[in-house]
Write a protein that binds this ligand. Structure first.
Ligand SMILES: O=C(O)CCC(=O)C(=O)O
Ligand SMILES: [Fe+2]
Length: 789
């Protein structure tokens, strides 16, 4: 194993130890093992007689199958009769445990566990009937597989085919005996069409009692070897792609297992086949190398450069995901998918592995995590492409890439890390866990230990916080930072957050912190939360504009909590920064040429402004109030739209809102502007003039402006070459001018026909009516500032 990196040695060793794991196993039994009675048919004779087969068929209904949360009947997917389960009574003879034990051993499961069948359905396949390839859903936490028992009955065809590629196994029923076939729940399987006679099968959920993972044996030679590779892995520095820092040893080793597991089915005690042995070996090696192991569930996304090779293959057009099928007791929630449809895969463009959930084998403690696994930490015995993705999506040519195929896999993994680095590993995966841990440590008196833990977060904390936008994480972090009682570590903990994560409930803990540290400390922190520097903007690309605006609703309560004590300065700074952010957003909107989009965006700034003004007024000093009202008193249309929206939002504020002097000043200003606008004469019926945009002074635009401004001209027929026509089209569309533009394709050059639209009059009438209504409303709501028109 020279020249292979240690993590690949680990994977190779585990594969060597668990070579050729069986996915399915089968055995025959005498018919007298089973005593079967069907309501309406009576005791079933084995082999089944033709007259009883007929009766069973008559009793049956077309079997269904699951697709997502639906249960469907589609005989192009599954064509078989299902005998109602409540008519079936069965009892196995004493020989069953020995047979199940043999199946268990053949499936590679240790004697520490036993298999227990639970009836799922009784199926009758006549000539031509079948079930296409699919995967059964796991109906119970304890379900590890499926057991199919075919009754002795003469037939040809109807083979049960399990697995794919080289690992395929094929099982036939018998004319004289029972055939018991067991397979793991994540195996794809199908029933081929019956050619003659009847195939009758009982299917069972196969439940696992006891533990499938053999007890770790640290003395095994493989374990010693594995432990050596683990030590090497964790001591050799590696350079991560995209990392600017120095090469450091990997934080963890993530070994991907081969079988599929659902979140609820993932457990140390129920690992399937070879996974169980591998887990046991790795656990023993971890112990020897002083490492910790977690059992995790991950999502893998691969993007391939690919093209479809044969489009006829897809007999379905959607992936079927049965995972959380809750109504599966009376349904048959098996699934089938189109992931067989063929693509030629060229290069792997991108691959990402993210862990979402893990369990501690020692304590059984399970938690949701978010952890992006670096390539240098990852290894597996089976490549993703040898497995079936649970979803895939093909995109034709897209900009930078050629044709791409995205594939998603869900895989279980063993995560190992040195016991000495347990805190950092767990903290990186779950910021919430880290905060709770540090908090507890500090509160139980180990302040120095808690501060040291917090300092350990430095290399990854900012990335973890931005990848885990948990709603109350900041409140938790504020409490923990307070417990730390140290400005440097408190700052490390808090600086990666953003202002919009400050919920109203963060006010009190923030005030406590402001009292604990000096004014500069809190000021730097607040400025950082509001900063829009490029790296932070990139990290937080997922926080949307609406989140940022919705946050303003929390500002009054936040300020109330901060107001009055030593934190007073923090409250003022908070409102200052909030105002700066809001008005720079408003200023930025002036770059939007289309009035409909610009004004709609300004309207959205109304409620945030109303909340902010409420907070500012409650604080007392009038400096900021004056700044705000001055900015809002401008009479340009954009500003009045914003002011109007803020005043309407103020009306909806609980109690205190519109009573404030700032709103009164705003109302007075807006009222004045309305009067001024209404005092201007209304557009006369023959006035077709339209204000012309002024930002382009080319010759074409001068001609266009002259036409727009002219009150008498309604239509302009303008012979223009294509490029010039395009420029004029673009100008009209950009400014949403009420002018239609059509090209008459006659002569050379073609003629651009511009025609002013009637909407010009209509929208002005509407605007005037709205102004009048607003003036009346202002006079009622702020009677002291605005008198009745
Ligand atoms: O008929 C069989 O052998 C298997 C049927 C099956 O795959 C199912 O019911 O899920
Ligand atoms: Fe099935």
């Amino acid at each position: 194993m020279k020249n292979i990196v240690p993590r690949e040695c680990v994977a190779a060793l585990l594969d060597r130890e668990c070579a050729d794991p069986k996915l399915s196993a089968s055995t025959e039994a005498e018919p007298d093992l089973l005593n079967l009675e069907i309501l309406g048919v009576g005791a079933v004779r084995l082999p089944v007689t033709p007259s009883q087969v007929r009766k069973l068929r008559n009793l049956g209904t077309p079997a269904r199958f699951g697709r997502g949360t639906e249960t469907l009947t589609d005989i192009s997917v599954r064509d078989t009769w299902e005998v109602p389960k409540d008519t079936v009574a069965l009892r196995f003879g004493d020989g069953l445990p020995a047979l199940l034990d043999a199946l268990r051993a053949e499936l590679g499961l240790p004697s520490s566990c036993t298999l227990r069948p639970e009836l799922h359905s009784m199926l009758v396949y006549g000539r031509g009937q079948f079930f296409l390839p699919h995967q059964d859903s796991e109906k119970h936490n304890a379900m590890i597989g499926t057991l199919v028992v075919t009754l002795p009955s003469r037939h040809t065809g109807g083979e049960l085919v399990i697995g794919r590629g080289e690992a395929t196994a094929e099982y036939r029923g018998s004319a004289s005996n029972l055939v018991l076939t067991a397979f793991y729940a994540d195996c794809r399987h199908e029933v081929r069409p019956v050619k003659s006679g009847h195939r009758i099968a009982l299917t069972f959920n196969l439940l696992l009692d006891g533990a499938s993972t053999p007890p770790p044996d640290p003395s095994a030679a493989t374990v010693t070897e594995l432990a050596r590779h683990l030590r090497e892995h964790f001591s050799a520095p590696v350079r991560r792609i995209f990392s600017r820092g120095p090469a450091t040893p990997p934080s963890r080793l993530v070994y991907l297992l081969d079988h599929e597991y659902t979140e609820r089915g993932l457990s140390w005690a129920r690992l399937k086949g070879g996974d169980a042995t591998k887990a046991s070996l790795l656990r023993a090696a971890a112990e020897t190398a002083d490492c910790r192991v977690m059992l995790a569930l991950g999502e893998i996304q691969e993007t391939w450069d690919a093209y479809p090779t044969d489009e006829e293959d897809d007999w379905y057009d959607g992936p079927y995901d049965d995972e959380d099928n809750e109504n599966d007791d009376d349904d048959d929630p098996d699934t089938a998918d189109d992931t067989d449809c063929s693509y030629q895969l060229n290069d792997l463009v991108e691959s990402a592995t993210r862990l979402a959930h893990w369990t501690d084998p020692d304590t059984g403690y399970t938690e949701q995590i978010t952890l992006e696994v670096d390539e240098t930490e990852l290894c597996a015995g089976t490549t993703n492409s040898a497995l079936t993705p649970y979803e895939q999506q093909y995109e034709g040519f897209m900009g930078n890439y050629g044709n791409t195929l995205d594939r998603w896999y869900r895989r279980a993994a063993l995560v190992l890390f040195p016991a000495a680095r347990e805190f950092a590993n767990r903290a990186e995966s779950s910021p919430a866990w880290a905060l709770t841990h540090i908090d507890e440590r500090a509160r139980t008196g180990d302040l120095a230990g808690a501060q040291a833990d917090a300092a350990d977060l430095a290399p990854f904390w900012a990335a973890s916080i931005s990848e885990n936008p948990q709603p109350e994480a900041l409140v938790r972090a504020l409490h923990t930072a307070h417990a730390l009682d140290d400005p440097t570590t408190a700052n490390l903990l808090l600086s990666p957050f953003r202002a919009e994560q400050l919920s109203a409930s963060a006010g009190t803990p923030l005030a406590c912190l402001a009292e604990q540290h000096d004014a500069d400390w809190i000021a730097t922190l607040l400025r950082g939360w509001f900063s829009s520097d490029a790296t932070r903007a990139f990290e937080y690309a997922h926080t949307s504009c609406s989140q940022e605006l919705e946050w303003y609703a929390a500002v009054p309560d936040l300020c109330t909590a901060l107001h009055g004590g030593t934190a007073d300065g923090a409250a003022q700074l908070l409102t200052d920064l909030a105002w700066k952010r809001l008005h720079s957003r408003a200023d930025g909107l002036s770059a939007l040429a289309a009035p409909s989009r610009r004004l709609a965006a300004l309207i959205e700034l109304g409620a945030p402004l109303a909340f902010l003004l409420t907070a500012v007024e409650a604080q007392g000093p009038e400096n900021l109030t004056r700044q705000i009202t001055r900015r809002l008193s401008s009479s340009d249309e954009d500003t009045t739209v914003w002011a109007r929206s803020a005043l309407h939002a103020a009306e909806a504020l609980p109690g205190h809102g519109r009573g404030g002097s700032a709103f009164a000043a705003l109302a007075a200003d807006y009222g004045g502007q309305l009067r001024e606008r209404l005092a201007r004469p209304a557009r006369t019926e023959d006035d077709w003039s339209i204000a012309a945009p002024a930002d382009c002074t080319c010759e074409l635009c001068e001609v266009l402006s002259a036409f727009l401004l002219d009150p008498f001209r309604r239509v302009y027929e303008w012979p223009l070459a294509e490029r010039s026509r395009r420029h004029i089209h673009a100008r009209i569309d950009k400014y949403e001018l009420p002018v239609s533009h059509q090209t008459r394709r006659q002569g050379r050059p073609y003629t651009l026909v511009l025609a002013k639209q009637n909407t010009l009059f209509h929208s002005e009438r509407t605007a005037r009516a709205q102004d009048e209504a607003d003036l009346r409303w202002l006079a009622v709501t702020w009677p002291d500032e605005v008198t009745h028109p």
